[in-house]
Design a protein around this ligand. Sequence first.
Ligand code: DSN
Length: 426
Amino acid sequence: MMRDLKQRDPAIHSVVKNELARQQKGLELIASENYVSRAVMQTMGSVLTNKYSEGYPGKRYYGGNEHVDVSEQLAIDRAKKLFGAEHANVQPHAGSQANMEAYFSLLNLGDKILGMDLAHGGHLTHGSQVNFSGKFYKFVNYGVDKETMRLDMDEIRKIAIREKPRLILSGFSAYPRKLDFREFQEIAHEVGAYHMADMAHIAGPCAVGLHQNPVPFCDVVTTTTHKTLRGPRGALILSKIEDRLRPDDKKNLARKIDSAVFPGMQGGPLDHVIAAKAVAFGEALQPEFESYQSQVLKNAKVLADTLMNNGLKLVSDGTDNHLMLVDLTKTGHGGKKVEKALDEVFIFTNKNMIPFDERSPFNPSGIRLGTPALTTRGMKDDEMRKIGIWLSRVIQKPDDTYLKMKVKAEVLELCREFPIYEGLGE
Ligand code: DSN
């Protein structure tokens, strides 16, 4: 499959081969990563990458779009069906762009947004000062309760009434509990704000009803397509057709979203990625996707219980979704050192801030773990118990060289039992 690349560019060929080997021989516990199907990968590596198709199906600024019109329309129709949405835009290149395009459709520069604090599990695009969101808009934050480490909807309501934001944003990148989108909607309606959800992390369970679907309760919903949704790297915007707060505008909300994406923020759509999104959405509409999501959640519970039974503290003492945050405070080690020790035994994770963290983002007090990728690999409860024990040991003794050598051998053995992408590197 990689013969031409090997001849043309041995350096990049080596990178791809080495990355394939890394993915095959290690345990992927980064909560936002997954393994796409070969069908998704083949579509991304297809001739569709050669095409320019600025515009939308049936209304393009270039000729020769009769085939990519079909794939983009399929992606739109499948996305709408998957989430019961009135409108879908499948062109956003990434989650950050999707959020920017949604803000631009709903707001004026400088408008106030109420979103989740990055340090409590929000995302950079939810108002961080180093991100466009914090520079273009006035963000106010809600966070978790110090005792329960969970969102307190009464408190969020109080902040919303006090601050009168134009937009209330629900969604997270590191919060291990379920969200109640209906309650967010009620608060938004009460204070006359839009409600937008960024469901990037939980799009998979939302698609199959294992998490409340935000679409019925939001004006706009954004998501990446490559996390629990298991599609290609990219994003998607779902919305209502009508603009609830500005019904008299010349353009309705659906048209505002489409214009914000193109020509507002983006030029040529990535037709190879859009077609791969269509393939992934098609896969997500199959019954197997529901069993996959259900196992992701079950695996997360088993992993969380094993970690807690083996001496580790989790933020909010567990998980309701696909991810968990290990609170390293009592171990005396920072996230940087722990992430590195786990990398050495081929367990891939990411260091993460925990709520009320006293350390810096470069060496925070948490490690974030998630089960979407291992579940795609076919791993179930028994494997989660083994992995949980290895994780607990290395997290508590990241300097123990003998322990790390033993765990690494066991990780390699387990990965051989659950192969991925066999034959792909040839
Ligand atoms: N960077 C992603 C994550 O890891 O959660 C969010 O976009």
